[in-house]
Design a protein around this ligand. Structure first.
Ligand code: FPP
Length: 239
């Protein structure tokens, strides 16, 4: 089966799982898995851009990840900062618009500044939008939207009967990002783990046992081909 370049998804979202287990299986500390995982993320971002897929979201730090050992959290922050520092020129060259998706303000100040700087400098790039889900949780995203909407109702700017799906979406962290067409999760776990919830309603799901540090171009193409073989009906009947 060959990849059909005319039938690519508009938005691919990825849960990059299995870094810790990959490292453990090699007798290495967990953080080595994250280090290799960040390199893999770079390759997959490049491949997505090369293929002409317009939106990619990588789940890089969840709300639940704060419960990890402090050292591991610090390494993840360091890898993110390093990524943003090194890749900014590449993003400009390749026309990649960067977006942090989540409650970013709770991150260390230096990282927040870097995220905002890269968002600002790349905001007019047109080839691809790279969303990094950072301090993100799907339930928290929905609750935040509900609170923002409640404020609008309270102040009389919005009436309850006008809260449509489109209006609701405007209050999520992803108001201007189309919902994912394909979700990939590595490492064999079969769950969504509080990633995009509202946004994944009609997304095709693809699970692979491969650990994220071993996920490569070939595995990515396999996932895309699997997506192309699906019949998406959105609740309708296809003749
Ligand atoms: C899940 O593996 C992975 C994470 C929690 C972090 C993902 C972050 C990166 C790949 C690095 C930063 C990314 C960029 C774009 C620079 P896990 O540790 O939960 O693995 P396990 O389930 O085997 O323990």
């Amino acid at each position: 089966m060959e990849l059909d370049l005319k039938k690519l998804p508009t938005h691919v979202a990825i849960i990059m799982d299995g870094n810790g287990r990959w490292a453990k299986s090699r007798g290495l500390p967990r953080v080595y898995g994250h280090k290799k995982g960040a390199e893999v993320a770079r390759n997959i971002i490049d491949k997505t851009c090369e293929l002409g897929i317009p939106y990619l979201t990588l789940f890089a730090f969840s709300k639940e990840n704060w419960q990890r050992p402090e050292h591991e959290i610090q390494v993840l922050f360091m890898l993110l900062e390093d990524y943003l520092n090194k890749e900014l020129p590449e993003m400009q060259k390749k026309g990649i618009r960067f977006r942090g998706v989540g409650d970013i303000e709770e991150f260390p100040e230096r990282l927040v500044k870097k995220i905002k700087e890269v968002e600002e400098k790349t905001k007019n790039n047109k080839n691809m939008t790279l969303c990094l889900a950072l301090n993100y949780g799907g339930k928290q995203d929905i609750l935040r939207a509900v609170r923002l909407i409640a404020e609008k109702v309270k102040s009389g700017e919005l009436s309850p009967e006008n809260i449509s799906e489109e209006v609701f979406k405007k209050y999520l962290h992803t108001p201007d990002i189309p919902d994912p067409d394909l979700l990939i999760r590595t490492s064999g776990e079969l769950r969504i783990s509080n990633f995009y919830l509202f946004q994944l309603a009609y997304t095709e799901l693809y699970f692979t046992p491969v650990f994220w540090p071993d996920f490569n171009e070939e595995e990515y193409i396999k996932a895309l081909i699997s997506y192309q073989q699906r019949e998406r009906r959105f609740g309708k009947v296809n003749d």
